[in-house]
Design a protein around this ligand. Structure first.
Ligand code: GLU
Length: 497
């Protein structure tokens, strides 16, 4: 068991709006939210939008809508506000400038006047020596040198953090234990750019402090920034929040981590969704996605794979996070989605399926849809599957099957016609047209005609639906209704003549 937090839990999901959110980012949000909800804490959504070059305004809505759709609600953040706002970093730039200057005033940071040309030259020189990063040229300028550079550049400078030059930095990760970094590997990174905009490191540390974040949960790819941030917290004299780096999800190919760039990957000709909105468009249900994401990288225990979000909240515990990177098992999600569809209230399912049929060009009658739900509910894994499984019930025009489809194995036109004619007489005389009555009337016909059930029912299935595979035949015929069924059988007889 992970220890019970000794401080009020305030956690945040801090996406950068640089494009549509992918499922790996959503998993980070979900685990952070589950942690908050389990501990009765506060979940904050903070938009890290100070990288104006990569800013994509449309992505904010994709993030907020997507989280809401999944049921990941936030207590503070965009749209809901909160005491620690604003929650868009672009609206907090004065605060970041203030704290960069605070470091500067205490000689914990310095002005760097190096031009892009010089930095390029340094990069090349460093590369030749097998090194990376800035050479700290401006760290120890004399007052006279500084004054000269100040005049030469017209006051164009960036503010860099003074990293310790020796020793090591240890960060305690809640999942991984102590991780120690050699300080000589750390760079004097830029906190404030020459345009006055802060970098990720400054905004992240300042906000986590002032928003009183108690625990940071983020993807493993950020581990290398943890010692940087630890040194910044120390310089500010602030306590660093507890931190956990979550394992990443790998591409379905198993090569590389899942990212926005994984979009477009196909598996056996099928496009693999990567971005959250692609999952939604592909007909996955929010509860299945939440259950699925919880399963990847965390275990509910008791060998259970299907559990509700409330059950997860009650149990959620970081100690059961599995540190191995996991591959994205799409077939598992398909299966889970099918489970959730099967368990769904039929009226809700009807509401979800209607637009799917309509998008595929069908005109949907609500009464008929209600009759069709029990026939397709157990047969679809994603919502669009219903077009294939249930489209036959909403087809406006009907083309009779070709002869070779209509005539079943070891049958010919004459025997097929007999089946159809006998069926016509039988069905015409039925008092009711429900599945049970149909079955009671048609099964005896098989023996009477001396045929196999597959032959008789195959003929009738083709004649009435023009499809080789459908939901159970008697139910299908009952939903189609007597008039349609008889008309189609008559049409099939005509095909045979
Ligand atoms: N804005 C960063 C991101 O896009 C946040 C990283 C963090 O949680 O510290 O993932």
């Amino acid at each position: 068991m992970t220890e019970k937090p000794d401080v009020p839990v305030r956690v945040r999901f801090a996406p950068s709006p640089t494009g549509p959110i992918h499922i790996g980012g959503i998993r980070t949000a979900l685990f952070t939210w589950l942690f908050a909800r389990h501990h009765g804490g506060v979940f904050i959504l903070r938009i890290e939008d100070t990288d104006r070059k990569r800013y994509d305004p449309g992505s904010i809505e994709l993030i907020t809508e997507g989280l809401r759709w999944l049921g990941i609600d936030w207590d503070e953040g965009p749209e809901v506000g909160g005491e620690y706002g604003p929650y868009f970093q672009s609206e907090r730039t004065a605060l970041y400038r203030q704290w960069a200057n605070w470091l500067l005033d205490r000689n914990l940071a310095y002005r760097c006047y190096c031009t892009p040309e010089r930095l390029q030259q340094v990069r090349e020189e460093q590369r030749a020596k097998g090194l990376t990063g800035y050479d700290r040229h401006c760290r120890n300028l004399t007052p006279a040198e500084r004054a000269r550079l100040e005049a030469e550049t017209g006051g164009q400078y960036v503010i860099r953090f003074k990293m310790p030059l020796e020793g090591s930095t240890t960060v305690h990760d809640m999942l991984r234990g102590d991780i120690t970094f050699d300080n000589t590997q750390l760079q004097d990174l830029v906190l404030l750019k020459s345009d006055g905009y802060p970098t990720y490191h400054l905004t992240n540390v300042v906000d986590d402090h002032f928003m009183q974040i108690s625990h940071i949960m983020r993807a493993e790819e950020w581990i290398s920034t943890a010692p940087i941030h630890k040194n910044m917290y120390d310089a500010f004299g602030w306590q660093m929040p507890k931190i956990a780096h979550l394992p990443v999800i790998l591409n379905p190919s198993g090569k590389g981590k899942l990212s926005k760039r994984s979009a477009g990957f196909t598996d056996g000709g099928r496009k693999v969704p990567v971005l959250l909105h692609e999952f939604r468009e592909a007909g996955y249900l929010p509860e299945a996605i939440v259950n699925f994401l919880t399963n990847i990288g965390w275990s509910f225990g008791d060998d259970r794979e299907v559990f509700s979000v409330d059950e997860t909240i009650a149990r959620f515990d970081l100690s059961r996070v599995n540190l191995a990177s996991s591959i994205f098992p799409l077939e598992k999600l398909d299966w889970l989605n099918g489970v959730y569809i099967r368990e769904m209230d039929p009226d809700r399912l009807a509401g979800l399926l209607k637009p799917v049929f309509e998008d595929a060009g069908y005109v949907v009658d609500d009464d008929r849809l209600r009759q069709v739900i029990p026939l397709v509910q157990a047969r679809i894994k994603t919502l669009p599957d219903v077009v294939d499984k249930g489209g036959l019930f909403f087809r406006a025009d009907f083309t009779p099957p070709p002869l070779d489809a209509l005539i079943q194995k070891q049958m010919d036109a004459a025997s097929t016609r007999t089946v159809l004619q006998r069926a016509l007489e039988t069905l015409d005389a039925l008092p009711d047209f429900d599945a049970e009555t149909l079955e009671g009337a048609l099964r005896p016909l098989v023996a009477e005609l001396g045929l196999k059930p597959g032959q008789v029912f195959g003929t009738l299935r083709e004649a009435t639906t023009a499809e080789p595979v459908t939901p159970p035949l008697f139910d299908t015929m009952a939903v189609l209704g007597r008039e349609t069924v008889l008309a189609r059988i008559r049409q099939a007889v005509d095909v045979l003549c």
